[in-house]
Unconditional design. Structure first.
Length: 465
């Protein structure tokens, strides 16, 4: 593996910094921007942007598996399990908060919660159709919950009966999806919760010698299951751990170090987020941007995972949270990630019968239509800071191309980009790239009065050597 340190990355970023460009608008035309809502500002407010610049000893991986993950930029997260049967309701009452947390939020005893196992029967599950939908969305990888905090396993595990084999459906849900995804050229990522509310050996804290003995047994169980995940389903490119905050895990960094090393021993090249670690180190990337974006460009690789609603990952029947993000919101979040060297996962919570709710399908379809035209600005793209870009326009770079992704169309027909030397420019459209005239090597002229795309139009600039 080739590594470069955070310090040397800093130098590279400084090199980018020295090529900062200045963009200025020239020529005033009637404002179209005023008619558009400021999605970015609204999202920033509701999500609470964060600044996390502690690299915790991160070393940049540049081996092929990591480069692929970094270039992918866009994935889909799936939260599915027996909590989907409850769908955010317990005993005839809606339970507020994330639907996959219902056992904790509604204080459901094990014996009652276990009844959901007998009701989980996803007869409409069609992993091939899922994979085709994700492909059409433009997703390059998928991360599915194999076990969430409730401890229920979506595959037939040798080490517990609290799994899919105990349901009326009986059949493993993970392998057919892994195979269907790979058939579409989509990488397979598996989410696994460290927290386990079902296994009697799990402990949130280690207060007594008995706790320590039980938790040691739990860690053996966890590793046995991780081994199943990394050996039974063909190549797994990412293992996505979650739930590291209980003191049993976080008070002993050795536990996370061992788990990370164990995964790498089973699957060299696997990409692992920093949630595998007890806050002591970064692993391959910062996976902490949960429903949040960084304010400034992180120094490490990073990934944001995002709900379509305010905070429900698993299926919630009557979600009455803070509304649904629009397809434009989702494209803008993806773009903001790519423009800050990050990856983006958009979440869906399939229904207990295996179907995907129409609100989610409609959003994935529309995002896919946008990606079909504009994907060059996202895949393999990296940050390209341009000073004074108008608000709502983001820039990425790939090779000798810079992409301006305009969620708010400039209220001018001329856009001057000082300090850049443009060989040619074009507008990406459904009918192919349309040439845009360039004046003086740095000014785009004759821009259409209105955005040619209702979500965001992309201007592709070919730079001179
Ligand atoms: O799987 C999704 C969520 O269910 C899971 N991560 C995503 C991907 C997640 N669960 N909780 N969190 C994320 C946030 C953690 C909240 C906490 Fe707490 C605050 C943990 C400890 C303090 C609330 C209060 C939960 C436990 C105590």
């Amino acid at each position: 593996m080739n590594f470069i340190t955070a310090a040397s990355l800093g130098k590279i970023l400084n090199r980018w910094g020295s090529t900062l460009l200045a963009a200025t608008l020239v020529g005033a035309t009637p404002s179209l921007a005023s008619a558009q809502t400021n999605v970015t500002a609204n999202l920033s407010k509701s999500l609470g942007d964060v600044v996390v610049q502690d690299t915790k000893g991160w070393v940049r991986r540049d081996d092929p598996a990591m480069v692929k993950w970094r270039d992918d930029r866009f994935g889909i997260m799936i939260h599915w399990g027996i909590y989907s049967v409850a769908g955010g309701w317990w005993n005839g009452k809606e339970v507020k908060g994330a639907a996959e947390w219902i056992k904790a939020f509604a204080h459901v005893p094990n014996a009652d919660y276990d009844q959901l196992v007998g009701q989980f029967n996803p007869t409409n599950y069609d992993p091939v159709a899922w994979a085709k939908l994700f492909k059409a969305t433009g997703a390059k990888y998928v991360v599915i919950t194999t076990k969430h905090h409730d401890g229920f396993c979506l595959w037939d595990s040798k080490f517990t009966d609290f799994d899919i084999a105990a349901t009326p459906y009986k059949k493993d849900l993970i392998k057919p999806l892994a195979e269907a995804l790979r058939a579409e050229g989509i990488d397979v990522g598996l989410y696994y919760s460290i927290i386990d509310w079902h296994n009697p050996d799990y402990r949130a804290s280690l207060k007594t010698p008995e706790d320590k003995i039980a938790y040691a047994r739990y860690l053996v169980y966890l590793k046995n299951q991780v081994k199943e995940l990394l050996t039974k389903f063909g190549p797994v490119t990412t293992i996505w751990f979650d739930g590291r905050w209980d003191s049993s895990y976080k008070s002993n960094p050795q536990t996370g170090q061992d788990l990370e090393a164990y995964c790498r021993s089973l699957s060299p090249g696997i990409v692992i987020g920093d949630r595998v670690r007890a806050y002591d180190a970064m692993a391959d990337y910062n996976s902490g941007y949960e429903r949040k974006l960084p304010v400034t460009q992180p120094l490490t690789d990073w990934e944001c995972c995002m709900t379509m609603t305010e905070n429900a990952w698993g299926y919630h029947r009557t979600w009455t949270g803070n509304g649904w993000k629009t397809p434009g919101d989702i494209c803008e979040l993806l773009t903001r990630c790519a423009a800050m060297n990050g990856n983006f996962l958009i979440n869906i919570g399939p229904k207990p019968d295996g179907s995907i709710r129409p609100e989610e399908v409609a959003r994935l379809d529309r995002v896919g239509a946008w990606m079909k035209i504009n994907h060059d600005a996202i895949y393999g793209a990296e940050a390209f800071p341009i000073k004074d870009l108008p608000e709502g326009i983001y820039a990425t770079r790939k090779g000798d191309h810079v992409y301006l992704i305009a969620f708010r169309w400039p209220d001018t027909d001329k856009l001057k980009l000082a300090g850049v030397s443009i060989a040619s420019a074009s507008l990406l459209t459904a009918d192919g790239a349309k040439p845009i005239a360039v004046e003086g090597g740095n000014t785009l002229v004759g821009l259409p009065m209105e955005s040619p795309d209702t979500i965001a139009a992309v201007l592709a600039l070919e730079l001179k050597d």
